[in-house]
Every structure is written in C-alpha cells, then in structure tokens.
Design a protein around this ligand. Structure first.
Ligand SMILES: Nc1ncnc2c1ncn2[C@@H]1O[C@H](COP(=O)(O)OP(=O)(O)OP(=O)(O)O)[C@@H](O)[C@H]1O
Length: 254
C-alpha cells in the first residue's frame, strides 16, 4: 500500500465566506473551506446543520446568497458539473448494466458509446469491479454497488469529488472493508475529496482533516488535523492517537 501525504501547497477547492439561507433564515454562514491536492477532508455536524446545503452550493446546484466557490483558482460559483458529487443514494439506473452506469457521465459528455465503455472498463480492476460489468445494479452486493457509484463519480471528474455519506447504508463489516479499500484506492489515484459523514470513527480513519460544523446557522467551528500518515491499518483504530482524536471530536460536537 503506498504512503502519501496530501499537498496543502496546492489548493484544489476553496469556498470563500459562503452563506446561504432559505425563506429568510440563514442555514449556513461564512463557510471557508480549503481542500488541498489529494486531500480527504470530512465534514462532521449534527443533522440539519447545513452540510448538504453546503455541498449543493459547492456542486453548483444551489447559488449562495454570498461568497464564492473556487476550483483550481477559477470562480465556479453557481456552475453545476464542475466537481463530481456522489449523493447518499447512489442513483444507479436499474435498467442499465454496471458498465453503462459507470460510463454514463461519458455518454452525457458526448463520448462515443464504445469508447466510453472502453474507458470506463479500463478502471474496473482498480475499483474491484472485475466481472461485474454485465450485471445490473440489483445483482450487486452493497459494497460492490458503492464501488461502482464511486467509479462513476470518478468518471465524471477525477479532480475533486464530494461524497455525501457514501458508506452510511452499509453494514459494519462491509463498511470496514470499504474503508480499507478506499484508503488503498486513494493512495493510488489523484483525487481530492470532501466527505460528509456522521460516523466519527470513519472521519478519523479516512481524513487528513476534519471540519466540525456547529450552529445554527451552520458554521465551521473547528478544524482537526489527523496527523497520522497513511496507510492507516487496524492498529491505528485501536491506538491512543485515534482515541485522542475521538475524545476531542466528541467534546467539540457536544
Ligand atoms: N431547498 C430547500 N428549501 C428550504 N429549506 C431547505 C432546502 N434545503 C435545505 N433546507 C433546510 O436547510 C437546513 C439544513 O439542511 P441540510 O440538508 O443542509 O442539513 P444536513 O446537515 O445535511 O442534514 P443531514 O445530516 O440530516 O443530512 C434544514 O433545516 C433544511 O430543512
């Protein structure tokens, strides 16, 4: 498993003082996020604090009331389709094969079908999906389905991805194996990711940094740097360092 350290000297994504409200009430206020190259940053906060609202603003699905979103130093505020976005529900098309589901972002972009399938298939091994190409989503296990959804997100854009609780629907054992797989994958591909989770252990295990949102209105109240280098194996989960981060986060969330 390769070891890497993210590079904060190269900022991929940045939000500058993002605020957004609904019906005259502010949901999120002055959010300043920075995501470095190959970084994985988690967002933790209670339900309803505005995490998905922030993601919708970054993805360009919602326009903020104020503030800007920058991708590679370019202003992309209010522009959809610039960063990839995997929502809680994987939104796999049931009538399409796994291969076509994964290739869908390329079809939409106008890439020739045969070429799109070839390009999508070339990543199947890397994403642990060998043999699944001709199956339909309903025939996949939960973990496989999430890997396919992750690959589709990657096909959309390899630069920056937003993941809204991608592993929350999985059982504990599958989730744990997905974590190992994901950490390994992130060591091999160039992608920066922002991650919403309610699972503190998951945030510590996967992230370079964790932002804690409190409110209302939702603000980034704290930032915790998870300093342990990757790969992070089982021993990290039971280490004093891990428990220290966990204690710190629980205190900040309460
Ligand atoms: N399109 C909308 N119109 C009106 N209110 C909205 C809209 N989108 C979100 N809200 C409100 O904004 C608040 C924050 O919701 P949001 O889904 O962003 O929180 P969250 O932290 O992602 O919650 P959860 O963890 O439960 O997914 C909620 O009170 C929600 O009702």
């Amino acid at each position: 498993m390769p070891t890497y350290r993210s590079k904060m000297d190269k900022i991929k994504l940045e939000t500058q003082n993002i605020s957004k409200g609904f019906a005259g009430e502010l949901t999120i206020k002055d959010i300043n996020i920075r995501l470095g190259e190959k970084e994985l940053v988690s967002l933790l906060g209670v339900s309803g604090i505005g995490k998905s609202t922030l993601f919708n603003v970054i993805a360009g699905v919602l326009t903020p009331d104020s503030g800007r979103v920058l991708l590679n130093a370019q202003d992309i505020t209010g522009q959809a389709g610039k960063v990839s976005y995997m929502q809680q529900k994987d939104l796999m098309q049931p009538h399409l094969t796994v291969l076509d589901n994964v290739a869908l972002p390329l079809f939409i972009r106008g890439v020739k079908k045969s070429q799109a399938r070839e390009e999508a298939f070339s990543h199947f091994k890397e994403f642990g999906l060998e043999g699944a190409e001709k199956k339909y989503p309903a025939q996949l296990s939960g973990g496989m389905r999430q890997r396919a959804a992750l690959l589709r997100t990657y096909m959309f854009s390899r630069d920056v991805a937003l993941f809204d609780e991608p592993f929350s629907a999985l059982d504990a054992i599958t989730k744990s194996s997905m974590h190992r797989w994901y950490l390994d994958l992130m060591g091999r591909i160039d992608m920066s990711a922002l991650f919403i989770t309610h699972d503190i252990d998951e945030a510590i295990l996967l992230s370079d940094r964790v932002y804690i949102m409190t409110g209302p209105p939702g603000r980034l109240a704290h930032e915790i740097i998870i300093d342990t280098l990757r790969p992070r194996g089982e021993e990290f989960r039971i280490s004093d360092a891990f428990m220290g981060y966990k204690r710190q986060i629980i205190k900040l969330l309460s």
